[in-house]
Design a protein around this ligand. Sequence first.
Ligand SMILES: N[C@H](CCC[C@H](N)C(=O)O)C(=O)O
Length: 279
Amino acid sequence: MKLKFTKMHGCGNDYIYFDCFDQTVEHPESLAVKLSDRHFGIGGDGIVLICPSRTADARMRMFNLDGSEGNMCGNAIRCVGKYLYDVRGIHKTRLSIETRSGVKSLDLTVQDGQATLVQVDMGVPQLSPDQIPVLLEGDKIVDHPITVDGSPYRITCVSMGNPHCVVFCDEVEHLPLSSIGPQFEQHPLFPQRVNTEFVHVIDPHTIQMRVWERGSGETFACGTGACASVVACVLNGLCPMDEDIRVLLRGGTLTIRYTKKGVFMTGTATKVFDGTVQV
Ligand SMILES: N[C@H](CCC[C@H](N)C(=O)O)C(=O)O
């Protein structure tokens, strides 16, 4: 069977997108593993299905590199918004997209008939340990000491519809992420595994972040992770609320604002190419 796809990325966090309005994708879990391979497949951090929805303009499903289904993806949702506007011709600058963690609202900036910048209302972060989930006591987990692979770390935990653990570091460029990332991901404190952000605060309005994603490993950016990092910065008194914070990622920059109403993420969405694949 042949499937049409579009390769898109948000700050270098790249996925293979399938339009499921017109075609059916069977076994997305195994397809994600096969097609994400950067040597034997198309290459990507996973796959995303853009499906019809009864309650929103579209429904999105995302599958990590290992085939596991994520609840939410900040970089993918911006690309889905761009796809709906540019390709499916839904010419509204406010779009709603259904995810496994609820319906999200998007505001598009359009230039020359194409969506360039997308702002997403990412909702209110969840901080209680059972909602993240993390097996620790308390109403929130802020600057909490844990041991990972024999070394001490301090973690702040946030759910942005998916679980995140934020660790503050003096620098992130030289971190051996491929060895410490999996130790966090598989740590027994996180029964559903976890996405881990390593954050260096440059100044109260600028942070640098690297991420080890549950199910995909190190990616060039993580939208939900950037939001979780800014929430963690506010909880630790490192960044202000209600102001734009720039999050510098390996593949670009996202602007995050944490307000009482929720977290707002703004960033680009980029199409790379269209293709057809035999599956
Ligand atoms: N890259 C994504 C997150 C993928 C989530 C996934 N790794 C999980 O929670 O299983 C983002 O931009 O938010």
